[in-house]
Design a protein. Sequence first.
Length: 359
Amino acid sequence: MKQLRIAVLGLCCVLVACASERGLRNSESVTLLLNNGDKIKAQVVSISAQQVKFIAKSTKKAYEYGEVLQRGRIEAVRLKDGATLSLAEYDAHRKGLARTSAVPEKNRPEPPRTRLGATTSKRPERQFAELKRKPVSEMSDKEFDFFMMMLNKELQDDVRARELETLASATAPPRAVVMPHAGTGAPVNLPQPKPVEKTILEQPKKQELSAAVNSMVNAGLATRYLSYLTVRENRGERLRAAEFEMRALIRASESWRDRMDELAYLNRTAEKVISRVYLFNPEDLQEKLNLNLNPEAELDYPDLLAQIHRGTGDDVRIAHYRKLVDVFGEGGGRTIKELLERYDELQFLLAEKQAVAVK
């Protein structure tokens, strides 16, 4: 009986440890800032006294750094909302997230819904203020639509206020500075210097908007927004000043440039992997992936990638992933899987490059 109690106690300890580890594995995605100036977007699996185990989001970074780094090589950790923490601070923050996620979903009360579709009963202004502090990737579709609607409204109000100020300063009568003439003592009117034009958005507003843009880029939503603006321009619609500002901030974002550079690297790597199999084992592409191709013709990489994407979609399931690994190897299969899951972004990147080449 005593041995049975000991066995049950040990099993309970194992289950608690597994639950704790599972909670930590479900931690948020972060950016590891290394001492050498490099950055790794990753999901942290565990943190020990000597090292940090993680899963890199980028195939390139996974090849370069593997899955484990010594603590001394990590200078800081940047969260999705832009906050930067030391490794010790992030470890405490991460454990707090794990405890929060351990609360059963069924025990959490469902917040009331409003006519806007967002899960809150607060006034729109208060709800918008709270959404500003929430990463875009954690918003529901309705929350994101509401956030973008309110953000555009706020920016338009700000633009109109700036335009009214500029118009008022331009139409106001010029004021003269009266100074006595050096010789006669008669007053001389000196022209007032022209006021310096204000930018469309004040600095605090720009910082707030930049944070929202970075969150949108990290969530993979920026290409959708830019494509939406491009379609409207092609239809002959005139974009608002706030939309021009949003587009400029996205293109100037460091996160955006990193994301596009990483995507271009994935595309180059995938083309090499597919080319090698097309050259030496074209029957694998035909029989295992059901691709329609002519082995005697030149490689049409975009067409083959499009065929693979039609078969898998954006969400590559485990059965499809196994086929990719079987045909292209583990590294090649992982690269193509990541590229397929970002296929819409890839099409946007290729269209941009083609537009630049035509110009």
